[in-house]
Write a protein that binds this ligand. Structure first.
Ligand code: ATP
Ligand code: MG
Ligand code: FE
Length: 349
């Protein structure tokens, strides 16, 4: 089926078009630059940017795919989780399109969409995504570890962050180090020159007493505070801050905890597959350590191309197409934007 996907849960306006598992278009407009001076995504600003970007991004995707609206078999849209106001823009636009074109509409879960992105790699050069798989989703808004038994019917939340998301921690630590927003790429760049063993920063929820209750959960606020305290102490003493070493040691702590817990889930549950998604997957050390640890654990590691890891419309279209192919009924038009939609709700009716 030919499906158009609309994604507006955060700061990316994404319009994707797929035919089954084939990617035809993935147009993206980001309001990231507008949030830079606030050091994080401002919900009101993001929502307004979606309103402005939707039409041009739709036009771009249709042109890229070389199709017309009439050709579509279905429309899919992110219903949640995400920023309420931002989600509402996409949901309203999707309903308007579905009603005016008389096409079925599928309201889907953003996080499951991240997993769905991987089916788009299932062409000559890649084996199809197999289930069950463990999925680690790490972005500015999420840090979630999932057990996906079936993409359209069975997703279980194993654990998630109990405070900051991993990307958020990168952004906050970058600010402490005087690096611009978004902090992830900046820290990654600076860390390449530093020693990851220079400072031993804490690994959240990794002590035996925490592991009993939070085996698959994450915590980054203690790490962030530890970095801030380390930097402040040096500044107060009038000593220079070894920025590269701090960045490398911080990055090492995040990569260590993310990959350790993801591989532990694979081992514990006997699932020999791990899929990564979200903007933090761009991180060189996260990819590196995931690759090494997966290999030594006998786990097949799947990392979609970065354009499908960060927020995008193609993954939403891909999940919509999976629902169509599974024979699911379309959503009724009474669904709304749900900022806290649980990952178990793959489709919203
Ligand atoms: P959502 O959480 O809803 O998916 P988002 O906009 O936060 O939304 P993404 O666009 O996927 O998600 O990811 C952005 C985050 O990824 C930012 O926090 C950014 O700092 C982080 N990031 C990007 N590149 C890197 C990198 N090389 N290393 C670490 N973090 C990175
Ligand atoms: Mg983003
Ligand atoms: Fe996302």
């Amino acid at each position: 089926p030919l499906v158009l996907g609309i994604e507006t849960s955060c700061d990316e306006t994404g319009i994707g078009i797929v035919r089954g598992t084939e990617l035809l278009a993935n147009a993206i407009a980001s309001s990231m630059d507008e949030h830079a001076r606030y050091g994080g995504v401002v919900p009101e600003v993001a929502a307004r940017a979606h309103v402005e970007a939707l039409k041009p991004t739709l036009d771009e995707a249709l042109a890229e795919a070389g199709i017309r609206y009439e050709d579509l078999d279905a429309i899919a849209v992110t219903s949640g989780p995400g920023l309420s106001g931002a989600l509402m823009v996409g949901v309203s636009a999707a309903k308007a399109l579905a009603v005016s074109l008389d096409k079925p509409l599928y309201a889907v879960n953003h996080l499951v969409g991240h997993v769905g992105a991987d089916v788009l790699r299932s062409r000559e050069d890649h084996e199809p995504l197999e289930f069950p798989t463990i999925a680690l989703l790490v972005s500015g808004g999420h840090t979630s570890l999932l057990l996906v038994r079936d993409l359209v019917s069975d997703v279980e939340l194993l654990g998630e962050t109990i405070d900051d998301a991993a990307g958020e921690a990168f952004d906050k630590v970058a600010r402490v180090l005087g690096l611009p927003y978004p902090g992830g790429p900046q820290i990654d760049r600076v860390a390449a020159e530093g020693n990851p063993k220079a400072i031993r920063f804490p690994r959240g929820l990794s002590l035996p007493k925490d592991m009993a209750k939070h085996r698959y959960d994450f915590s980054f606020s203690g790490l962030k505070t530890a970095v801030a305290r380390y930097v402040e102490k040096l500044q107060d003493a009038g000593e220079p801050v070894p920025i590269a070493d701090v960045a490398a040691s911080f990055r090492e702590a995040v990569a260590d905890i993310l990959t350790a817990k993801a591989i532990a889930a694979c081992n514990d549950l006997g699932v020999p597959r791990l899929l990564l998604g979200g903007g933090v997957v761009a991180n060189a050390r996260v990819r590196d350590l995931a690759t090494k640890r997966a290999a030594s654990a006998g786990v097949e590691l799947r990392i979609p191309p970065l354009s499908l890891c960060t927020d995008n419309g193609a993954m939403i279209a891909a999940l919509g197409a999976q629902l169509v192919m599974a024979g699911r009924a379309p959503s009724t038009l009474s669904f709304g934007a749900d900022s806290t939609l649980p990952v178990t709700d793959i489709q919203v009716m």
